[in-house]
Every structure is written in structure tokens, then in C-alpha cells.
Design a protein. Structure first.
Length: 421
């Protein structure tokens, strides 16, 4: 077997295509292996419309980037014919190693997509030595094709970038996940959409424009922003509001830090305390120093220790088995903690946190009713965070949305398609 035969086998070329020539260009850096593919003289080609074997009308020279040949870039060159079909006229044929319009072979794109699923896009573009813009173009194509298959056979490039909100019955507002994005992203899943917004503008406005119906929304998961909550009441009349547990804990943690700062000014704490307080007690990452600081704190009976216990005891509520139990625990927790807080002026910030919990108790207890929705949304939240880190350096929202679809959907199917073509 000579070099040409090995390369032909490696490329998976089938009749009428043959590898005509190869050349390693060492004058450029990185070196380029140039492969020249041709069809045998006098070959007939299938009309792209009807498959009828036709003669070539004319040829155009095309080039595709292929998988590296060892450390060298590899390019495939071919003269691609247009067929002259008696019925369909002159048409450019599709080559078996690349999709129409792409400058890369299918194998190259497949490798790129496999990497993009595992690593940040910028890292992949460095690894493959192509610009991230070109890499995003590949990602868009496959994500679009995948989504297009789900909805309309006549898929157009822009179709998938427009959210389809017809099936939205639940919404969630998150400010943390997508704060890097200035525009609002509205992302549908089959039953739930997370509508992140950094703006105070309500997120349900785009719903009508995208086929959604605000009357369908029966579940909203959000933080305790008064503007948002009053917007929900006004615009989503059928929605039950659930305050995300995360935001409750966040409120308490923030107030705890206020207590710590104030007390430190008055009497001083070990340095390691600040981080220890921010971690959970059952978090195994506490350093010995942080653990010692915590123990010292509790022994001191300082206000910070009390505040910390108040925050930690939220867990008792969180672990309630039923909505009824949750309600009972909140009531009793508030009673005990409010009494404790009233005895120490330094604990005033914790009093504010308790008042917040009291004010939103109904919406907090909703969490026990809407557990399923919550779990799904929390899952989506994790997905978004993964997508954001994967799309690091994403230039626009479309890239970010593409990445969410890519890691949140059964993308394996797509590679099977790429292999079979
Ligand atoms: Zn035809």
C-alpha cells in the first residue's frame, strides 16, 4: 500500500472520487498537507434534486480544511462539478466529505463539535487554530439544524435564535446567572423558561411577541425584588409566586456580614472568620484555621456567632418534609429568632432578614408545592452557568443561546447524522 492509498483510505473516498495528488508545503508555518481530489474522467454525478446520473456541466475549484495530518494543517482541494439534469437544469453537486457552504470537512466539524461540548469555545479555537468566529459559525449550523429538525423541515438560519414561548407555563427570574449579558435572554424549555433580567423592565413583555401567553404562566420563581413581584401580580394573573430559597439564604448571609463588620470594628475577629462564615457548616472545605475561628466565635457568644446560628438554622426550615411542616417551622423559627435578636442591638441587621422572611413566608412555602418546577429550574440554572463558562468570550447573545442549546439537548444524534453523511 503506498502513501496515496493510505490517504485515500483515511479520507474514506469512494468512487468516483480519487486522490490525485498530495503535497506537503513546508514553506509555510504551520506546514500544510495539500490533498487534491478528483473524480475520474467521464464520471457521471447524481443531480442534487432527483439523483439522476448526469454529466458534468462545468467545475469549480473548492478547498476545505480537514483534520490535521499529525502536526500539519491539512487541506482538501477538489474540482466540484455542476450537473446538467434534463429536468432540473444546472446544479452544483454536494460532495460527500463536506456540507454545502462550509469551508471545513465533516470530520473536522465533527471533531470541533465534540471539543466544544467539552471545553470553552476560545480554547477549542486555539487548539484547532481557527478563529472563534469561524468556530461559532460551525456551532450555529449544527445547533440550528438540530432545532430545525424539531420544528420545521424548512429550517432557516434565524429560526432557532427566536425563542418559541408558546409552551411556557413557568418562569424564573435570575439576576446572577446572566448578568454578563445586557440584553434579556428568554429561553424556552418544554415547560419552563428562565427569564433572566438585569433590567428592571419586566421579562414577560417579549412573551406575546414570541407566541407566548401570559395567561398560561402558572408558576414564577424569583427573588424578592418588589418591582418584579408587583409586575407579576399585574401581568401574570394566574401565576403562583415562589421565592427562590437561594435568595433567602443570600439575604441572611448579607445581613450576617453586616453584623460581623460592625462587631469587628468594636472588638476585632480573627481574619479567617469572614470566609468561614460564608461557607456552610457541613461544607468540608473549611480550613483548620477557619474551623478554629468558628469554634472561638461560638464560645465567645458574640453577636456574629448569634447571627451565624440564625443563618445556619434556616436549614431546619429547608429540611421540612411537607408544606405544612415548613409553615410551622417558619412560624416557630421567627418567634425564637426575633426574640433573640431583640436582645442585642448588634443583631439589628438580622432582624431585617427575619422581617424579609416573614413578609415572603407564603411565597417561600410555595417552594414545597412547586418542588418539581424548582428542581427543573435549578437544573437549568446549572446548565446556564455551564454554558456561560463554555461560551467564554462569546461575542453576543446568539452564541450564548447556541451554547445553552448545545449542552442542554441530545446533541449526540447530530453527530450520528454527520457520520452518516
Ligand atoms: Zn434532476
Amino acid at each position: 500500500m503506498d502513501g496515496t492509498q493510505i490517504l485515500t483510505l483515511g479520507l474514506g473516498l469512494e468512487a468516483p472520487w480519487i486522490l490525485k495528488d498530495q503535497h506537503l508545503d513546508t514553506a509555510v508555518s504551520p506546514h500544510r498537507l495539500e490533498l487534491y481530489v478528483e473524480a475520474e474522467r467521464g464520471s457521471l454525478y447524481p443531480c442534487p434534486e432527483c439523483g439522476k446520473a448526469c454529466q458534468a456541466h462545468d467545475f469549480a475549484d473548492k478547498t476545505w480544511r480537514h483534520l490535521n495530518f499529525f502536526q500539519h494543517h491539512c487541506y482538501l482541494h477538489a474540482r466540484v462539478p455542476r450537473t446538467k439534469c434534463p429536468e432540473h437544469g444546472v446544479k452544483r453537486i454536494e460532495v460527500p466529505w463536506a456540507r454545502p457552504g462550509s469551508d471545513f470537512t465533516l470530520l473536522f466539524e465533527q471533531a470541533a463539535m465534540s471539543l466544544v461540548k467539552e471545553m470553552p469555545v476560545l480554547a477549542v479555537s486555539r487548539q484547532l487554530e481557527i478563529s472563534d468566529k469561524r468556530l461559532w459559525r460551525i456551532v450555529h449550523h449544527y445547533v440550528g439544524r438540530m432545532l430545525g429538525n424539531w420544528t420545521c423541515p424548512m429550517w432557516r438560519l434565524s429560526a432557532w435564535t427566536k425563542p418559541r414561548l408558546g409552551a411556557v407555563i413557568a418562569m424564573s427570574r435570575c439576576s446572577s446567572t446572566c448578568s454578563a449579558s445586557r440584553n434579556r435572554l428568554s429561553l424556552p424549555s418544554q415547560a419552563a423558561a428562565r427569564m433572566p433580567s438585569r433590567l428592571s423592565a419586566p421579562s414577560w413583555r417579549p412573551m406575546a411577541a414570541h407566541g407566548g401567553d401570559t395567561d398560561n404562566v402558572v408558576e414564577v420563581v424569583c427573588d424578592m425584588s418588589p418591582a418584579f413581584l408587583s409586575g407579576v401580580t399585574e401581568h401574570l394573573p394566574k401565576a403562583e409566586v415562589t421565592v427562590d430559597w437561594f435568595h433567602i439564604v443570600q439575604t441572611f448571609t448579607k445581613r450576617l456580614d453586616e453584623v460581623r463588620k460592625k462587631e469587628r470594628r468594636e472588638q476585632g475577629h480573627p481574619k479567617s472568620l469572614r470566609w468561614a462564615l460564608l461557607k456552610n457548616l457541613d461544607n468540608e472545605n473549611l480550613t483548620p484555621k477557619q474551623l478554629a475561628a468558628l469554634q472561638e466565635l461560638v464560645a465567645d457568644q458574640s453577636a456574629t456567632a448569634d447571627a451565624w446560628v440564625i443563618k445556619e438554622k434556616l436549614r431546619w426550615i429547608q429540611k421540612a418534609p411537607t408544606p405544612r411542616a415548613a409553615r410551622w417551622r417558619i412560624t416557630n423559627y421567627l418567634k425564637v429568632m426575633q426574640a433573640a435578636v431583640s436582645e442585642k442591638p448588634l443583631l439589628k441587621p438580622m432582624g431585617k432578614a427575619l422581617a424579609t422572611l416573614e413578609r415572603h413566608a407564603d411565597a417561600v412555602v410555595r417552594r414545597w408545592h412547586s418542588g418539581l418546577t424548582n428542581a427543573r429550574l435549578e437544573g437549568m440554572n446549572g446548565l446556564f452557568q455551564a454554558a456561560r463558562s463554555r461560551a467564554r468570550g462569546y461575542r453576543n447573545e446568539i452564541n450564548f443561546i447556541a451554547m445553552i442549546y448545545l449542552i442542554g439537548s441530545p446533541v449526540g444524534r447530530l453527530f450520528d447524522q454527520a457520520k452518516s453523511t
